[in-house]
Design a protein around this ligand. Structure first.
Ligand SMILES: *Cc1c(COP(=O)(O)O)cnc(C)c1O
Length: 425
């Protein structure tokens, strides 16, 4: 079937034709692409068209698609059996590697998605502190558990809805929201509610409202407030973990959260999530403690094998330095082309991720600032690039991802396509 026929069929049997709303082209118009294979920085749709991929499965494919080492190890693991429902050696290997690489992590529990990781981390924080309220930030996304679908990021932003029907107000009311990068607002919220707040959960670099860096001192201020009120600080590093630096954003900014959550890169493309941190807190999880959390396929041996190889790949000396240079060269090139065409445009980058903003505002600090960017212009840009075989996230609220396999050739092809796209805006 060609792409269009597949999409028609998909819509008949799958709501909206997609198994995750961010894949639909709701924010840009047109049919989503059905991809049949991928290699290095390239993906190929069912009509055999090649694209340079800046989504990377929304983050996991940091070493490029179909990485030979990952594939080989996975093939071997599959031959040993798919799942046993027992402890395995692979889980220990991955847990040990994560605890060594992530500054704040004494112990870790593996789960199957980022959503499960954040959901479980919040339950643990509540169980540990005996408090019910949590604080999150406007435009941050922490998966689709009930507590987090309050002023959440990209997926819901693209659909233009603030929360979600189906989340009981009794649950949503326990989630307090504060504007990102506004330490004063956080401080007054803590003054009013701090003693009832189990956890503050934050994307240390916001990557689900395009990409927003934390202002100088912001995360430290958050850490101090948590210490003052006995609140658990949770860094949601599902996106930034093993993406912006080997030790995640916590290493980059030198802030130690109490708990942190991971996903995406650590599964190497298979469904994996993890949450971990301080030993005294993690010891409250069953079977060591009373806070219940479980999973039939958690720590699956095939997924752990992929994750383990992935962690070895990114641990190679210079991996993140090389990646950051590629990302910087790309964003610098895009900015130069925009300037030549007098298009108001701004970019940010860190490690292997970057954000693009069609705006004159050079300081994008929170959701309000993102909402004032020119979304119509982004849509045109997106389609002009896609037509030329360059695939960005289909929404002005998504960050973009670079892999270690993006090279000089993909870079110059991308900039050439951008030269045409910007000239047409
Ligand atoms: C992707 C993401 C999640 C959710 O992970 P899933 O695996 O999609 O459930 C949670 N938090 C952040 C910061 C994310 O980027």
């Amino acid at each position: 079937m060609n792409n269009h026929d597949l999409f028609l069929s998909a819509q008949k049997y799958i709501p909206g034709g997609v198994n995750s709303p961010v894949r639909a082209f709701k924010g840009v118009g047109g049919d989503p692409l059905f991809i049949k294979k991928a290699k290095g920085p390239y993906i190929y749709d069912v009509d055999d068209k090649e694209y340079i991929d800046y989504i990377g499965s929304w983050g996991p494919m940091i070493a490029g698609h179909s990485n030979k080492k990952v594939l080989k190890a996975v093939h071997k693991a599959v031959d040993q059996g798919m799942s046993f429902g027992t402890p395995t050696e692979q889980e220990v290997t991955v847990a040990e590697k994560m605890c060594k690489l992530i500054p704040s992590m004494d112990m870790v529990r593996m789960v199957n998605s980022g959503t499960e990781a954040t959901m479980s981390a919040i339950r643990l924080a509540r169980g540990f502190t005996g408090r019910d309220k949590i604080i999150k930030f406007e435009g941050c996304y922490h998966g689709h558990a009930d507590s987090f679908l309050v002023k959440a990021g990209s997926g819901v932003l693209t659909l233009g809805i603030p929360g979600s029907p189906g989340v009981p107000s009794a649950v949503a009311d326990l989630t307090l929201t504060v504007a990102y990068n506004d330490l004063d607002a956080l401080e007054s919220t803590m003054q009013a509610h701090g003693d009832d707040v189990a956890a503050i959960i934050v994307e240390p670099i916001a990557g689900n409202m395009n990409m927003i860096l934390p202002l100088e001192g912001y995360l430290q201020g958050m850490r101090d407030l948590c210490d003052k009120y006995g609140t658990i600080l949770i860094f949601d590093e599902v996106m930034t973990g093993f993406r912006v630096a080997l030790g995640g954003a916590q290493e980059l900014y030198n802030i130690t959260p109490d708990l942190s959550t991971f996903g995406k890169v650590i599964g190497g493309g298979l469904p994996v999530g993890a949450f971990g941190g301080r030993k005294d807190i993690m010891s409250h999880i069953a079977p060591l403690g009373p806070v219940y959390q479980a999973g039939t396929l958690s720590g699956n041996p095939v997924a752990m094998t992929a994750g383990s190889v992935m962690l070895d790949i990114v641990s190679k000396k210079g991996f993140y330095d090389d990646l950051a240079i590629k990302t910087q060269n790309l964003t610098k090139g895009l900015k130069e082309i925009a300037d030549k065409n007098s298009i108001p445009f701004h970019t940010v980058n860190e490690g292997g991720m970057f954000g693009m903003f069609f705006t004159e505002n050079l300081e994008i600090n929170n959701f309000e600032d993102i909402a004032h960017c020119d979304e119509e212009r982004f849509k045109v840009f997106f389609h002009k690039m896609l037509d030329q075989g360059v695939y960005f996230g289909p929404s002005a609220y998504e960050a973009a991802f670079v892999s270690s396999t993006h090279d000089e050739v993909t870079l110059s092809k991308t900039l050439k396509a951008a030269t045409f796209a910007f000239s047409e805006l």
